[in-house]
Ligand binder design. Structure first.
Ligand SMILES: Nc1ncnc2c1ncn2[C@@H]1O[C@H](COP(=O)(O)OP(=O)(O)OP(=O)(O)O)[C@@H](O)[C@H]1O
Ligand SMILES: [Mg+2]
Length: 707
């Protein structure tokens, strides 16, 4: 049952409006207004309280104001309602004043009871108007108004512990930034938001929700929050393969687009990048012997093979192995001749016969028959080819290549399409290009770099694709299968990914997710709502200097997220980022986030950054940022009608991400707070063995260390 504004004004009045401007209202408190706790609102409530809500009756409802500051002023006269006689001698008297930020209006709808809160104040009060305390139900309406608020994330201590609920469409649809100091509760909030959303969706649907969350987890903390056997979340955790993991993290190198390749290999802008792009395109074009391939593609492949033979021949010539390993060379030459023999009928227009004849002639001349003296068995060996013979072979292959002409594939696939090839293919092809275009001096280092990366076992475990990953099953695994049958959350543990590749790997996963959803929309005409969570966003979405030369992996990674922040919404991809250094985040990404969950922030620069995200009249609440306890946060933006202080729901220990502070005291004294013994042996032998064994041998999969 709602009172009329004027009935209420009588009973709950606490003061009078003394000053009005569109963004500030000053109030003089009545002498008899409560001094610390108001008891007449339906329950004890702290009053006056900074950031507490007060109402001023206007037109057909109330203007809602939030207390920004309060003060005591010495007034020359006491203020006594009803008997203002200024004739007596009075002592200076303390008068309390406070300032309100107008936030919106609270109205009782004509067709029901309760109140509805709307942002924006269309009517301002005048001086002399009464200021009243909200009743409990009014207070709750301020925080709880709004539609489709399906998921409860916490309660609001400033609003009579009203339930703070959010509309998932709003929370995830236009990107959410969770910001706060270390230990302020960001990871718990993120894990909670995912879990509470899924729990509610499951309850409403009465079965598994068709939801998709991809969590990029640089610290490896989320596998504890989302254990495998948890029936609601059913997370899939991908880890770097250390021998025992169930799902190995694979980001095959053929997923990478050209920008990612260029940044990873540090290709120089002028000379190396164009050639690297071309090599990628051509490797992808020539990758299969598909029967349906065009004439051009077949010629292209022939060219590639002839070139690589020519390169090998020249290499042998340089190293003199033609002379020193004459027999081995002879057998190689036989293999080449057999290949050429096959190509002749396929390519009648190319003068391959001359090469064949030249090699045959040399083979015939240098071929010898021997007999094993001991066993009497016959065998074949070769003596060294003469320089003239080698020269003839090289010349005929060059002639064949010249007849083929330089083939630049017009119709080949785009260099960024994820088509399978191996790293060795690419390195070989770059070598061929270097030879063909006569630019070895530019490419040698690049090729060497690529070969070094490929031979590094830590990298190979992630980027080389030996198990035959297909694009389809990768998407199924990482983004989630049909109806989320395989689970709703995939956690990608980046903690053991070598630092050299961690940015590229993150960029590739984020981009693949984005592009897959983009294509999903193109194919199906509807979006597949998916949430991408990036923890420690300041390392992966770090602001960078804009210049062409600066295309390092960190920049490329940031650019992917900028693109997702700008366009993700259209394709159903929502971004949740969590960071302790908002001032280091890319401004583009931050400005595209429409909802903020702000935990304690005490650093100046970071506070400043956050203050700039909100309009002036809402900054009052943000002054609480430095003093927020963990688990409390301010929710503001698109998902919340007005900024609210939220005490997040409790997340039991077993559902929290693993990020406990180290237990110094407990280890020192040998027992924990509950008196349970704690022992830590410094077993360096194990550590040393694990360290030196390299990536594949160690068998710790990170689970269970927290018994
Ligand atoms: N909703 C919650 N329920 C229960 N405990 C919480 C909650 N939020 C925070 N905490 C407590 O606060 C501690 C720190 O939280 P959390 O690890 O989420 O901080 P963080 O901001 O992610 O820190 P960092 O920046 O170092 O990753 C947790 O270990 C937990 O004890
Ligand atoms: Mg954290």
């Amino acid at each position: 049952m709602s009172q009329t504004p004027f009935e209420q004004a009588g009973s709950l009045r606490i003061g009078t409006v003394e000053f009005v401007s569109p963004d500030e209202i000053k109030v003089g408190l009545d002498v008899e207004a409560p001094e610390s706790v108001a008891l007449n609102t339906g329950g004890p409530r702290p009053f006056p309280r900074v950031n507490g809500y007060l109402l001023i009756p206007v037109d057909d409802g109330f203007l809602v104001g939030q207390t920004e500051w309060m003060t005591v002023e010495r007034s020359p006269f006491p203020k006594r309602r009803g008997m203002q006689d200024f004739g007596l001698v009075d002592l200076p008297y303390p008068l309390r004043r406070l300032s309100l930020n107008p936030l919106g209006t609270l109205r009782a709808p004509s067709d029901g009871d309760g109140y509805v809160f709307r942002r924006g104040a269309d009517a301002l009060p005048s001086v002399g108007a009464a200021v009243v305390l909200p009743t409990d139900s009014q207070l709750r309406s301020i925080v709880e108004s709004g539609e489709r608020r399906h998921v409860q994330i916490g309660t609001s201590p400033l609003a009579g512990d009203a339930r703070v609920r959010v509309d998932p469409n709003r929370l995830f649809g236009r990107h959410l930034a969770v910001l706060g100091n270390t230990g302020s509760g960001k990871s718990c909030s993120v894990a909670g938001l995912i879990r509470w959303s899924l729990e509610k969706a499951q309850a409403v649907r009465g079965g598994t929700p068709n939801a998709r969350f991809v969590v990029l987890d640089p610290n490896g903390e989320y596998s504890r929050a989302f254990p495998k056997n948890d029936p609601t979340v059913r997370a899939r955790v991908f880890k770097v393969d250390r021998g025992k993991v169930e799902r190995a993290l694979k980001v095959p190198l053929w997923f990478w687009n050209s920008a990612e390749w260029c940044s990873f290999t540090q290709a120089s802008a002028k000379t190396q990048r164009p050639l690297l792009r071309r090599a990628l395109r051509e490797v992808k074009a020539g990758r299969t012997e598909a029967s349906g391939s065009t004439d051009e593609e077949r010629r292209f492949r022939l060219r590639r093979r002839l070139s690589s033979q020519l390169i090998a021949l020249r290499r042998d010539l340089r190293s003199n192995s033609i002379k020193t390993e004459a027999t081995k060379f002879g057998f190689q030459a036989e293999a080449i001749v057999a290949d050429i023999e096959q190509w002749i009928p396929q390519h009648p227009e190319v003068p391959l016969a001359a090469s064949r004849d030249a090699i045959r002639a040399a083979l015939d001349a240098r071929h010898r028959d021997g007999t094993d003296r001991n066993t009497g068995q016959a065998f074949v060996y070769f003596v060294a080819f003469t320089d003239a013979e080698i020269q003839a072979i090289i010349e005929t292959i060059e002639a064949a290549l010249a007849a083929l002409g330089g083939i630049v594939l017009q119709e080949g696939p785009d260099e960024d399409v994820p088509l399978a090839f191996t790293g060795t293919d690419l390195a070989d092809h770059l070598e061929i290009l270097a030879e063909q275009e006569n630019v070895s001096q530019y490419l040698d280092f690049l090729v060497a770099r690529i070969r070094t990366f490929l031979s590094d076992p830590r990298m190979r475990a992630i980027i080389s694709d030996t198990e035959g990953t297909t694009l389809e099953n990768w998407l199924n695994d990482h983004i989630g299968s049909n109806n989320a049958e395989g689970g709703c959350v995939s956690v990608i543990d980046l903690s053991l990914v070598p630092t050299e590749v961690v940015h590229v790997v993150t960029a590739v996963i984020a981009r693949m997710t984005f592009e897959a959803l983009q294509r999903y929309v193109r194919v199906n005409g509807a979006t597949l709502p998916t949430v991408l969570v990036m923890e420690e966003a300041h390392t992966f979405i770090k602001r960078y200097k804009e210049d062409i030369e600066n295309q390092g992996p960190a920049t490329v990674c940031c650019q992917v997220f900028e693109r997702i922040a700008r366009e993700g919404r259209k394709f159903g991809l929502g971004l949740v980022l969590s960071s302790q250094r908002p001032s280091e985040l890319s401004p583009t990404v931050l400005s595209q986030c429409n909802t903020f969950l702000l935990h304690r922030i005490s650093n100046d620069i970071d506070q400043d950054r956050v203050h700039r995200l909100v309009p002036d009249n809402l900054r009052g609440l943000l002054r609480e940022l430095p003093s927020l306890p963990s688990q409390s946060a301010i929710l503001l933006g698109w998902a919340s009608e007005l900024p609210v202080l939220v005490k997040m729901n409790d997340l039991p220990k077993s559902q929290q991400p693993r990020s406990d502070d180290p237990e110094f005291w407990g280890v020192w004294i040998g027992k924990d707070e509950q008196g349970e013994p704690i022992s830590r042996s410094a077993d360096w032998e194990k550590v040393a063995k694990d360290w030196q064994a390299g990536p594949q041998v160690a068998n710790d999969d990170g689970e269970g260390e927290e018994a």
